[in-house]
Design a protein around this ligand. Structure first.
Ligand code: ZN
Length: 478
């Protein structure tokens, strides 16, 4: 970028003011921002291999919930990154990584058929004092970011930003309150498919799933770094859409099963409605509880987590707990799925391209493994495990009809054999590089033989995933 001389002088003077040690609220935040949120809504259109962005609307929202110290992203997670420059000084004043429904949709057959679609997206930043240039960058195959969109927004303009007090009158209750917004991670739990009469169930569900999260490490040890609130939202119908069964429900947030053709994948395409409702409370991360009984959920980095709340079979209630924390691993920690043989598109990760997810690797840099500091001394890389046996069990399991009445009965012996294998294999509990991850049996590796991102069980996050989660907690709670 060519920077005018006047701006260079300003950047130089900023350099003296804003040395890293001084990048506290008193300097960078107060210099460039006021303690409110600027929400920018965007239309994201395209097909496989091509995309365009256009501005929908910008809104002034409530207090900035994020860190007032960590304004520039150091986590390096997500497929995209927004970067915000102060127009006057050309200084980079805010950045944040995130992923989208759009980039996942680009891996579907629909996109491969060159059909175009549009998704609505929202990015948020602290409210700037002066004019900003907001850019969106996307990663290339070497994981470097390249700018794909740029727009200028004047936060003081009455035509460019909607300054209406748009806070919906919804009841908010606190599940955990540990202090101020800036130096805590603020989680917001929303319910979908809960009718007015289901409010007691929502309150119970919100408490239950929050208790589950904070009895799981590393969240358990970091409890005091979080605030958790929940919003009571009434849907017209109970339950959510199941398009494959021709079941349609009018739910407040528009969540649906069958996202991208996967029976158990729950997301909403009603992004604007979701963010309009979420504006009722401050939040860094959103979690959506779905009042329905088909196994399912979803989690996209820095977008939201979804989770079903009603067990689909007696004795399987623990699976809802598993899903809630697993999906939050995606949406909060930027963790990738470590499982494979799931029927999910095997081109989700491009062959030979190192994923940005902290828990997946192609092992192209075997001597410079991204989690090398966690690897046990003397362990073989790749690390041997009984993959052939596990895979043959998995093939049996994949033949079962997940929605059939006798599914769990038929699954039980296979499941138990797999669990036994994962618990008793020689390198169980050790960090190495185990082949099979990210929906492919070969060419992608995971840090441990088992983890909350691998098997459908209540196993803990492996040390690499736990460290990634801790980094995000640290970032948001300073
Ligand atoms: Zn997952």
């Amino acid at each position: 970028m060519k920077i005018p001389i006047r701006a260079l002088v300003l950047i130089c003077s900023l350099w003296f003011i804003a040395t890293p040690a001084l990048l506290a609220r008193s300097s960078a935040f107060d210099q460039f921002f006021i303690d409110k949120t600027l929400r920018v809504d965007i239309f994201h259109t395209g097909t496989k291999g091509t995309e365009t962005f256009s501005l929908d609307h910008a809104y002034e929202e409530g207090a900035w919930p994020g860190s007032a110290v960590n304004l520039l992203d150091t986590l390096d997670l997500g497929e995209y990154q927004i970067r915000v420059y102060d127009r006057l000084s050309a200084a980079l004043i805010f950045s944040r990584g995130y992923s989208t429904m759009f980039n996942e949709w680009q891996t579907t057959d629909e996109a491969s058929a060159m059909i175009y679609r549009t998704f609505h997206e929202t990015v948020r930043l602290p409210y700037p004092k002066g004019k900003i240039q907001l850019t969106i960058s996307r990663r290339d195959k070497t994981m470097d970011f390249h700018e794909v969109f740029s727009t200028v927004i004047d936060p003081n303009s009455s035509t460019e930003v909607n300054h209406e007090k748009r806070i919906p009158a919804l009841k908010i209750f606190s599940l955990m309150d540990n202090g101020s917004l800036h130096d805590h991670v603020d989680l917001l739990i929303l319910g979908d498919g809960y009718r007015k009469g289901d409010v007691e169930k929502f309150r119970k569900d919100a408490k239950h799933f929050n208790d589950v999260m904070f009895s799981t490490e590393p969240f358990k040890s970091r409890k005091s770094s979080f605030n958790v609130r929940a919003i009571e939202i009434a849907s017209q119908d109970s339950g959510i859409d199941k398009p494959d069964k021709n079941i349609w429900k009018h739910s407040a947030l528009g969540t649906q099963y069958n996202t991208f053709g996967a029976a158990r994948y729950i997301l909403t395409e009603e992004d604007r409605t979701l963010h309009d409702i979420a504006a009722a409370a401050p939040y860094d991360f959103l979690l959506i509880l779905v009042n329905d009984n088909r196994y399912g959920g979803g989690g996209i980095y820095n977008l939201y987590t979804t989770c079903y709340t009603i067990s689909d079979a007696p004795g399987q209630e623990w699976q809802t707990d598993y899903v809630y924390v697993h999906e939050f691993g995606h949406s909060f920690g930027g963790l990738g799925d470590e499982y494979y043989s799931s029927g999910i598109s095997d081109n989700f990760y491009q062959k030979g391209v190192e994923p940005w997810e902290p828990n997946l690797t192609t092992l192209s840099k075997k001597d410079d493994l991204k989690w090398k500091h966690f690897v046990a001394p003397g362990i073989l890389i790749p690390t041997p495990w009984e993959k052939v046996t596990y895979d043959s069990l998995q093939r049996e399991r994949s033949k079962l009809d997940r929605l059939a009445a006798d599914y769990y009965k038929k699954r039980a012996p296979i499941y138990e054999a797999q669990e036994q294998l994962l618990k008793t294999t020689k390198y169980a509990g050790t960090v190495g590089a185990f082949e099979g991850a990210g929906y492919v049996a070969e060419g992608l590796y995971r840090p441990a033989v088992d983890c909350r991102m691998f098997s459908l069980s209540l196993v803990d996050f492996d040390p690499v995933c736990a460290a990634a989660i801790n980094r995000v907690i640290d970032f948001y709670s300073k």
